[in-house]
Ligand binder design. Structure first.
Ligand code: BDR
Ligand code: CA
Length: 310
């Protein structure tokens, strides 16, 4: 099993990412840490605890940073709702997070593990950047960072900036300049990782409690996409599971090794991942930029994984 730390802001698609990570049975999930993004830290943490109960897992959950490195938090309640994971009826968590902070937990896990660890961030990169700045000597203990964020050729917060990067661009710049190998699943691929009504019906037909929650989540999540992203033809972009699916089966995707940096100022482009797709700069590449997916295989992978869950 691949040892991973998952850093997420659940979040509908973050929840599906966790279902895939757990249901696939292919990961040794050392920790789930929560980022502030889709909703406040308090709410994404609560949602992670709700998912721990739903999925009946023992994985420790650690609370992350409350705010971006230098900025005020921007949330995506217009997509994810008031609790950040609206739709299904999920009871308030009765379990608690661990007492260590997310950043301390990541440091402790990397220090004590005999194997290198892969980090999978699917929210703003505040926790990961804070960790990298505080514990630079632990970088060699990270096998890879497989993240959802950015885009080579499109944005969703501005014409060129994607939400996770836009919320904390300085943190993203730290991560992309860290020297750790990065897989970037940005909007180029996630806008092709679409879920349609027939897929939601298929998920519901699984008949277990996770399948029902998955379908309820996708029903709510699709409202925004059908209204605001009509160019996706009724599909909802199931972003975050791509970061896990790429680790499971990279052959399902198309990608290119590129040099990527993040615009942290910029009059029009703040928060943009500047991807040198055509190698104009001839700089040493720092990321595997994923831009296409076999959608049918992706849906089947999620379906097969959720089938194995409670
Ligand atoms: C990203 O932003 C969030 O709303 C989603 O969970 C995903 O991580 C897509 O831009
Ligand atoms: Ca997310």
């Amino acid at each position: 099993k691949l040892p991973v730390i998952i850093d997420c802001d659940p979040g509908h698609d973050d929840a599906v990412m966790l279902m895939l990570a757990v249901g696939s049975g292919l990961f040794d999930i050392k920790a789930i840490t929560t980022s502030a993004g889709n909703q406040t830290q308090e709410k994404t943490l609560k949602n992670a605890l709700r998912l721990k109960a739903l999925l009946e897992i023992e994985t420790p959950i650690y609370k992350g940073c409350e705010k971006p490195l230098f900025r005020e938090l921007i949330i995506a309640d217009y997509v994810h709702g008031e609790m950040g994971m609206d739709g299904p009826i999920l009871p308030d968590p009765t379990i608690n997070p661990e007492s260590l902070s997310a950043v301390e937990a990541i440091a402790a896990i990397l220090t004590n593990s005999s194997e290198k660890i892969t980090i999978v961030p699917t929210g703003p990169l505040t926790n990961i950047a804070t960790f990298l700045l505080a514990y630079p000597h632990l970088k060699p203990r990270i096998a890879r960072i497989s993240l959802m964020g950015g885009g080579a050729f499109r944005g969703n917060m501005t014409p060129t900036a994607e939400f996770n990067i836009y919320v904390d661009p300085e943190a993203a710049a730290v991560v992309f300049n860290s020297g750790v190998p990065i897989t970037m699943c940005g909007l180029d691929v996630t806008h092709k990782a679409l879920v349609f009504q027939e897929d939601i019906d298929l998920f519901r037909s699984i008949g277990n409690k996770t399948g029902t929650v998955l379908a309820d989540l996708m029903d709510f999540f699709s409202i925004f996409y059908r209204k605001e992203r009509t160019e996706l033809n009724g599909g909802a972009a199931l972003h975050d599971p791509c970061a896990i699916a790429w680790l499971i089966d990279p052959s399902m995707f198309q990608s290119k090794t590129c040099y990527v940096d993040v615009e942290v100022t910029g009059k029009l482009t703040m928060g943009t991942t500047v991807v040198d797709f055509f190698d104009v700069l001839k700089k040493t590449p720092n990321a595997e930029v994923v831009y296409d997916i076999d959608r049918e295989k992706y849906i089947k992978l999620i379906y097969d994984s959720v089938k194995k869950l409670p």
